[in-house]
Design a protein around this ligand. Structure first.
Ligand code: NAD
Length: 458
């Protein structure tokens, strides 16, 4: 039997339907992560040059807090919910039962290779599913460690990590899973969706794209600068929700540029590409891709590179043409194009004409501007007067819309994503209203009664 058949058999045994079983698995995952935390940070350093602090705050810590939150709430989330019924269902009892799908496939990317593998797995386990996880081959040290964490500590009929590249992912997708959770690029996401459609498998797609940031003339510039540079330089810009490009009101354009230069210097020193805490680009291909995006650009600050260590300094790019590749593809690196604007409508039009972003950031103190942008633009999620932090909480669902993805997770939303809500009406056999049965020879009075019954709740 292959892995999926073994897991299907285990799932059908009903073991994972027991919430206490799930709690034991999550507790043990929590403990194992704590034991392995040094090794996890080392693997993240090996794959991406992440400092210990960045590895802990953006990967290990987030996952531990997610597991704690899940453990505190899982019994409540998993409970069947009574719902009200209508007069048509008189004396019946309506219940919604969250049920696991079965065996879930999780495909994860390389940029937060630990967190983006474990986080969906925690939600899937909490909802009572079995999990097959395929981490990204581009972060091999973390993939190997994930394989150790799961394959040596959990029963493979319940949770299993399968390492490998694109071919392994493709062959997994050919099989009939009960749910697929994919995090990665939009083009690959499309292929995943096509393959899932062939097997009629429900899918969540957590994709990427270009996330805009807007700074208007009422924003507190020093704070905007710090938060934008922080969000852009986290993991050297290799963050799906990093601000991709920046529109700044012309009145504060110069001021913001100067403030951002100051922040880069303050965070990483004179030569950021030599700063040991500053992460590297994942591999030569992505390093070359990001370097080529700089070609023909007006570099306002930064631009230094270290080809040996695959590091690129945070770089501010002035007013690129909208037709330049840097404005057409997701940058996924530490380059920040900055464009001045005069009227907010120009910015709204620009964003509307492009694929729906995963995130949007607005810095303003003007509530009219806030309302206008929020009502005019569609995007997955975002922040007002901050960047990236919206994904750090358990109560804000995280996911894209349109080209940036479908479905969401984090906290209860993650539990719901991996659960099917089974609706059940338990009718009473004591009373059986004859009105619903044929023949439908209604008198006006009977019709009035039927209309009244149909329009009322229990
Ligand atoms: P990717 O799409 O290349 O790879 C993601 C996963 O899919 C990997 O496990 C990979 O092995 C597998 N894969 C690659 N090609 C495949 C194919 N043809 N068929 C089936 N599986 C395939 O993405 P990536 O380069 O690892 O990650 C970068 C992208 O992910 C960026 O676009 C980024 O914005 C996005 N991302 C999104 C989120 C989010 O939460 N929305 C988070 C991180 C990254």
């Amino acid at each position: 039997m292959n892995s999926i058949d073994i897991q299907k058999e285990f799932f059908l045994s009903g073991a994972t339907l027991d919430v206490e079983y799930r709690i034991r698995q999550l507790r043990s995952l929590y403990n194992i992560i704590q034991i392995y935390q040094d090794q996890i940070c080392q693997a993240l350093h090996q794959d991406l040059g992440k400092s210990r602090q960045e590895a802990y705050t953006t990967e290990v810590g987030i996952v531990l807090s997610q597991i704690s939150h899940t453990l505190s709430n899982i019994r409540r989330w998993a409970k069947p919910r009574r719902v009200s019924t209508t007069m048509m269902q008189f004396r019946g009892r309506g219940t919604v039962i969250p049920e696991p799908y079965g065996v879930c496939l999780i495909l994860s990317p390389w940029n937060y290779p630990f967190q983006l593998s474990i986080s969906p797995a925690v939600a899937a386990i909490a909802a009572g599913n079995c999990v097959i996880l395929k981490p990204s081959e581009l972060a091999p040290a973390t993939a190997e460690l994930l394989s150790q964490i799961f394959n040596q500590n959990f029963e493979q009929r319940f949770c299993r990590v399968i390492t490998g590249g694109v071919e392994v992912a493709k062959s997994l997708l050919m099989q009939k899973f009960d749910y697929i959770f994919f995090t990665g690029g939009t083009k690959v996401g499309q292929q995943v969706l096509e393959q899932a459609a062939k097997n009629m498998v429900p899918v969540t797609l957590e994709l990427g794209g270009k996330s805009p940031c807007i700074v208007d003339d009422t924003a507190v510039i020093p704070i905007a600068a710090r938060r934008i540079i922080w969000g852009k330089t986290l993991n050297s810009g290799q963050t799906c929700v990093a601000p991709d490009y920046l529109f700044v009101h012309q009145k504060v354009y110069r001021q913001l540029i100067e403030a951002m230069k100051g922040c880069i210097h303050e965070f990483f020193g004179e030569h950021p590409q030599q700063c040991p805490q500053y992460p590297k680009i994942i591999n030569q291909r992505h390093y070359d891709r990001i370097c080529s995006l700089m070609e023909g650009c007006n570099i306002l600050y930064g631009g230094e590179k270290d080809p040996e260590q695959l590091k690129i300094a945070p770089t501010l790019i002035g007013e690129p043409s909208p037709k330049h590749p840097i404005m057409e593809e997701e940058i996924f690196g530490p380059l920040l194009p900055v464009m001045p604007y005069e009227r907010l409508e120009e910015v709204i039009d620009f964003i509307r004409q492009r694929p729906t972003p995963l995130a949007l950031y607005l810095f303003t103190r003007d509530s009219r501007v806030e309302n206008k942008v929020m009502s005019a633009l569609r995007f997955g999620g975002g922040c007002i007067n901050d960047t990236v932090l919206h994904l750090a909480g358990e109560n804000l669902p995280f996911g894209g819309v349109g080209e940036s993805g479908m479905g969401a997770y984090h906290g209860k939303t993650g539990f719901d994503t991996f659960s099917h809500e089974k609706s059940l009406l338990k009718s009473s056999s004591i009373l059986d209203l004859g009105l619903r049965y044929p023949p439908y020879d209604t008198t006006p009075r009977k019709e009035r009664v039927i209309r009244w019954i149909c329009s009322r709740k229990h």
